[in-house]
Design a protein around this ligand. Structure first.
Ligand code: PGA
Length: 234
C-alpha cells in the first residue's frame, strides 16, 4: 500500500482536531495515512487516532535524547506523545534553519533510536534543476542524510515545487524516483512531495517508483487529503 503523509507545517489549532475527526469517520482509502500536525497538537491527535488506521507523525526532532536544548523536542519525546513517524530534513528546515545533511542524518538516526520511522526529505532547487544537476544533487543528499539501514522513508520534494502549484512532469518524477529506488532498494518507500493535490495525485501515484506522497497544503482539510489518498495504488 502506498503511504500518504500530510505535513501540516505551522498550521493547526485545537479546533482543527475536527479535520482528524473527519478523516477517522471517512471510509478507509486504499493507502496508509499519516498526519503530521504541529507539535502542540501531537498528543491530542495521537490520543484521538489511537487504534485507528491513521498514524501520527511529527515534523522535526533534535538528535539528542534529552538535555539543555531550549525549544527543541527529542525523538523520544515525540514517541512519548504518540508519534510513529517524524519528517526530517524538510527543505524549509534545511534552508530556514541551516540544517546540513549530517544533521539531518543524525536526526533520522535519533528517530530510529526512539522507535520512529524517519521521513527523510531531499530535493533540488530550481537553479540546480535548470543546470541539469537534479540527479547528482538528490543522490548526494540521499547518501549523506539517509541512514544506511533500519526503518526509513524517503520523500523527494523538488524545492521549487513546494507550495508553488508547479510540479515536475510524471516522467521527470519517475526518473528521479527510479534513481532513488536504485540506490535504496525496493523496500524503502519513496514519497513524492511538492504541490500534490486531488487533481494531479492520480498520475503521480500511478508511477511505478512512487511509494506515496508527502502532502502539504492539500492535507489541511480532510476532504482534499482523502481525495489525494483515494488516488493511491492499493
Ligand atoms: P505542498 O507542501 O504540498 O504545500 O507543496 C509539500 C511539503 O512541503 O511537504
Amino acid at each position: 500500500m502506498q503511504l500518504i503523509a500530510g505535513n501540516w507545517k505551522m498550521n493547526g489549532l485545537k479546533r482543527h482536531l475536527a479535520e482528524l475527526e473527519a478523516l477517522l469517520a471517512a471510509p478507509a482509502p486504499p493507502a496508509r495515512l499519516v498526519v503530521c500536525p504541529p507539535a502542540t497538537l501531537l498528543a491530542a491527535f495521537a490520543e484521538r487516532a489511537a487504534g485507528s488506521a491513521v498514524a501520527i507523525g511529527a515534523q522535526d526532532c533534535h538528535p539528542e535524547p534529552a538535555g539543555a536544548f531550549t525549544g527543541d523536542l527529542s525523538a523520544e519525546m515525540l514517541a512519548d506523545a504518540g508519534a510513529r513517524y517524524v519528517i526530517v530534513g524538510h527543505s524549509e528546515r534545511r534552508m530556514g534553519h541551516h540544517e546540513t545533511d549530517a544533521l539531518v542524518q543524525a536526526k533520522a538516526r535519533a528517530a530510529q533510536r526512539a522507535g520512529l520511522a524517519p521521513i527523510v526529505c531531499v530535493g533540488e532547487s530550481l537553479a540546480e534543476r535548470e543546470a541539469g544537476r537534479t540527479l547528482a544533487v538528490v543522490l548526494a543528499q540521499l547518501a549523506a542524510s539517509l541512514p544506511a539501514d533500519g526503518p526509513r522513508i524517503v520523500a523527494y520534494e523538488p524545492v521549487w515545487a513546494i507550495g508553488s502549484g508547479r510540479t515536475p512532469s510524471p516522467a521527470e518524477i519517475e526518473e528521479v524516483h527510479a534513481a532513488i529506488v536504485a540506490r535504496v532498494g525496493p523496500h524503502v518507500p519513496v514519497l513524492y512531495g511538492g504541490s500534490v493535490n486531488p487533481r494531479n495525485a492520480g498520475p503521480i501515484l500511478a508511477l511505478p517508483s512512487v511509494g506515496g506522497a508527502l502532502v502539504g497544503g492539500a492535507s489541511l482539510e480532510a476532504r482534499s487529503f482523502l481525495a489525494v489518498a483515494a488516488a493511491a495504488r492499493p
